[in-house]
Every structure is written in structure tokens, then in C-alpha cells.
Design a protein around this ligand. Structure first.
Ligand SMILES: N[C@@H](CCC(=O)N[C@@H](CS)C(=O)NCC(=O)O)C(=O)O
Length: 264
């Protein structure tokens, strides 16, 4: 029995949903309302003391951290195998996954939060908002979210986030010279862990971020063309949601492109 605590817009949860779909596994989903900070309620913290999604529960036992969940599923259900058999390629795969977890993911948060989560929090009374944010267990995450809620797109984290995204895209363009997938000729967990961060770019209409990187554009199209991506990600973006996100992204684009130009 596989259960997943998830949210449609969470790239970390999207990776896990893609792995589940690639392996054809049945699972039960539990929606965690992040905008209401349901991830910080005591029952959820018992499963995931970090207070984040996703959490996988397999036969009653929780597994946390999306990269670890992806590797866990690949070990527990080895068909089709999503880790290269060649140890060097497997090491390259894990390096990309580490980069996603440590750098790209917080950058994605810095871009999504001001546009998607901030309005709901700003609608609350200041005391309630402060109390909710004060509950975030990890200090670095707590402070980052406070800045993003207070300053929105003007938070200093946003400049860094645009730079991390752009450098990642340029590094991927180089790596994909040996493609078509990120570590060579086999689709693997690193592709799965990277792809949702391009959904964020797409949903906000910011594809100019990789305008001059044709291999990255082709790679993302190939990820999106897989049935697993359709079921695990695209189906959560019906037309009304897409339009709303595109409108939000369009309003933010002048700020994003200003930070991009500053890098040139
Ligand atoms: N390193 C964690 C990061 C998980 C994470 O940041 N999840 C986000 C959604 S993508 C979350 O739950 N955010 C809620 C919050 O910070 O309040 C993982 O890979 O699972």
C-alpha cells in the first residue's frame, strides 16, 4: 500500500508522482494544503518532522525527502530501473539530484512563493501570518519564507534564484551534448528530478530563460511527451489554472528579465 502526501504545485511531489507513474504503481494521494500551512499541523509533523511535502507512506512506514523517496521507489520496485547500471553515470545522476535539492529547489521556491503562496498569507491578519511562519521548523527555510512574504519579488532571494536557474540551464545545455537525457542515453531519476523545475518556468510563461539552449528545450519536450509526465504533472494544470499562472508570471516577467539581463 503506497500513500503520498502531496500538492499539485510542489516540484518535489511532482518528481515522486512521475516515478510512481513510470513504474505503473497504484497509490493513494492525500492533499496537503500548503497555503494554509497544513504541513505544519502536529499529525503531519509526526510523519514528516521537516513539515514539507512530499511524504511517502509505504505499508505504514513513512519515507521523506523527495530524492530519497525516488531512490527508495527505484530500489523497492526495480522495474523499469531508473538508475543507470554504469556506476559513473549513477554518480552523475546523484550529483544532479543533489544540485536540485540544494540549489534549484530553494530557487524555485523563491520564484513561486511570491506569486502563488504569498497572496493567501497576505490575506491573513499580520499576527496570524507571523504565528504561522514562526512554526516552520528549519531556521533557514523560516527566514527565507519570511523575506519572501514580506518583500515578494523584491526579496533578495529572487535575484539569486534567477541566477541559479540560468546557470543550471547553461550547465544542462552542455551536459545534454552527450544526451538525449541528462546523463546519456537512458532516461533516469536525474531527468525526473529536474523536469518539474521546468514546469515552473512553463507555467509562468518564462521559457525565454532557455531561449538560447535548444538541447534543454528538446529535453524538456521529451520529458513532457512521456505518459508519466502527463498523468503526474500536466493533468494538474487545467486551462483555468494555466491562465491564472500565466497571468501572474507575465506580471513578474519584467523583474525576472531585469535580473537575467544583469547577469549578461
Ligand atoms: N528537500 C525536501 C524539500 C521539500 C519542500 O521544500 N517541499 C515544499 C513544496 S515543494 C513544501 O512542502 N513547502 C511548504 C513550506 O515550506 O511551508 C524534499 O526534497 O522533499
Amino acid at each position: 500500500m503506497l500513500e503520498l502526501y502531496t500538492h499539485p504545485m510542489s516540484p518535489c511531489a511532482q518528481k515522486v508522482r512521475i516515478v510512481l507513474a513510470e513504474k505503473g504503481l497504484d497509490w493513494t494521494g492525500h492533499h496537503v494544503e500548503l497555503a494554509q500551512k497544513a504541513n505544519l499541523r502536529p499529525d503531519y509533523l509526526k510523519l514528516n518532522p521537516l513539515g514539507v511535502v512530499p511524504t511517502l507512506v509505504h505499508d505504514g512506514r513513512p519515507v521523506i525527502e523527495s530524492n530519497i523517496i525516488c531512490e527508495y521507489l527505484d530500489d523497492a520496485y526495480p522495474e523499469p530501473r531508473l538508475t543507470p547500471a554504469d556506476p559513473y553515470r549513477a554518480a552523475r545522476m546523484r550529483l544532479w539530484m543533489k544540485h536540485v535539492d540544494g540549489k534549484l529547489h530553494p530557487s524555485c521556491g523563491a520564484l513561486q512563493w511570491p506569486l502563488v503562496m504569498r497572496p493567501g498569507l497576505m490575506a491573513k491578519a499580520p499576527d496570524e501570518r507571523r504565528a504561522l511562519l514562526a512554526q516552520i521548523p528549519d531556521k533557514a527555510r523560516r527566514e527565507r519564507q519570511k523575506r519572501l512574504v514580506e518583500f515578494g519579488l523584491e526579496a533578495p532571494d529572487v535575484v539569486d534564484a534567477v541566477q541559479v536557474y540560468r546557470r543550471t540551464i547553461c550547465d544542462m545545455e552542455q551536459a545534454l551534448a552527450d544526451g538525449p537525457w541528462i546523463v546519456g542515453d537512458g532516461f533516469c531519476l536525474a531527468d525526473i528530478c529536474l523536469a518539474p523545475y521546468f514546469q515552473t518556468i512553463l507555467q509562468f510563461g518564462w521559457t525565454d530563460l532557455y531561449r538560447d539552449c535548444p538541447r534543454v528545450a528538446d529535453w524538456f519536450e521529451a520529458c513532457r511527451a512521456r505518459p508519466s509526465y502527463d498523468g503526474a504533472v500536466t493533468s494538474d494544470f487545467p486551462p483555468a489554472v494555466q491562465q491564472d499562472l500565466l497571468a501572474k508570471g507575465g506580471q513578474a516577467w519584467p523583474t525576472i528579465s531585469r535580473h537575467l539581463e544583469a547577469m549578461a
